[in-house]
Design a protein around this ligand. Structure first.
Ligand SMILES: Nc1ncnc2c1ncn2[C@@H]1O[C@H](COP(=O)(O)OP(=O)(O)OP(=O)(O)O)[C@@H](O)[C@H]1O
Length: 263
């Protein structure tokens, strides 16, 4: 496999929630291409969010979940690393800086716009005040929210609109210079104009990061992503270039889903 084009590689991966007998994800094999957008689609409950959350070990905020297999991260700083081997809290914090996550509902902290972005930088050990100011400004610019916030950086982030809050959350993640950004239905709580702005932003971001996005919106997956993975009942049914999945899928299940016959 041409590993230099791959940022993460999921191999024979099983995931079982604490207290549940059967795995929610079964034998998943999925490469995540560098500087591309990979969409995960499939009907409710098929395991999209479970897989996304495994990719930065967010599940480990709760004990007792079981992982099997490998999720390798080929970051530019480190050698290949199977993130399922990580055990220490500090390693999880570092992983979540390298592999950031944006949730369905914007989750700004109840603090100023500036501090929302600066907080993570300070946590990551950046102490120099000028460097923090520069990186906050750059992140807000990269997340296309600088013009709307530059005159109110010390005002509460909770006063921003939903779409602005989502871009602020993206700025917060981008400030940490991640290698991968995971988006879990990032626009499903937003109006069409804010949705368009976030989609444009994600398309722009792939110059610098690799993106994985879970979406229920077929049009969003087809217009935004380079690759698409279709999941069903905990299995990865088909993974291919997005055009192939939408125009000429190999599996009947995929075709039935994308043509709206179920789901
Ligand atoms: N905390 C949990 N404990 C036990 N089972 C869970 C938990 N969270 C999810 N599941 C189960 O895991 C399976 C996959 O759920 P998941 O949320 O990953 O699906 P999804 O494809 O993201 O669905 P949706 O599109 O509705 O968000 C489902 O059967 C779900 O009931």
């Amino acid at each position: 496999m041409a590993e230099n084009n791959i940022i993460m590689d999921i191999k024979d991966f099983y995931f079982t929630y604490a207290g549940v007998d059967a795995p929610s994800l079964k034998k998943i094999n999925l490469p995540i291409e560098k500087n591309k957008i990979t969409a995960m689609i499939g009907p409710s409950g098929c395991g999209k969010s479970t897989l996304l959350r495994a990719m930065n070990r967010i599940h480990d905020l709760y004990p007792g979940n079981q992982y099997e297999g490998e999720i390798n991260l080929y970051s530019s700083h480190d050698e290949k690393q199977n993130i399922l081997d990580l055990k220490k809290e500090n390693d999880f914090i570092k992983l979540r800086q390298q592999v950031g996550m944006i949730f369905q509902k914007p989750t700004p902290f109840p603090m100023s716009i500036f501090d929302n972005v600066a907080y993570g930088l300070k946590l990551a050990g950046v102490k120099d005040k000028v460097e923090i100011e520069e990186r906050v400004e750059k992140a807000l610019k990269d997340a296309a929210i600088w013009n709307e916030t530059k005159d109110r950086l010390n005002k509460s982030a909770l006063g921003l609109s939903g779409g602005q809050q989502q871009r602020l959350c993206i700025a917060r993640a981008v400030a940490l210079k991640p290698e991968v950004l995971l988006f879990d239905e990032p626009t499903s709580a937003l109006d069409p104009i804010s949705t368009g702005a976030i989609e444009e932003l994600i398309a722009e971001l792939k110059k610098d990061v690799s993106v994985v996005i879970v979406t229920h919106n077929m049009q969003q997956a087809s217009r935004l992503s380079d690759y698409t993975a279709f999941m069903y009942l905990g299995d990865l049914i088909e993974y291919d270039k997005t055009d192939k999945i939408f125009l000429n899928p190999s599996q009947k299940l995929t075709e039935d889903y994308i043509t709206g016959r179920f789901g």
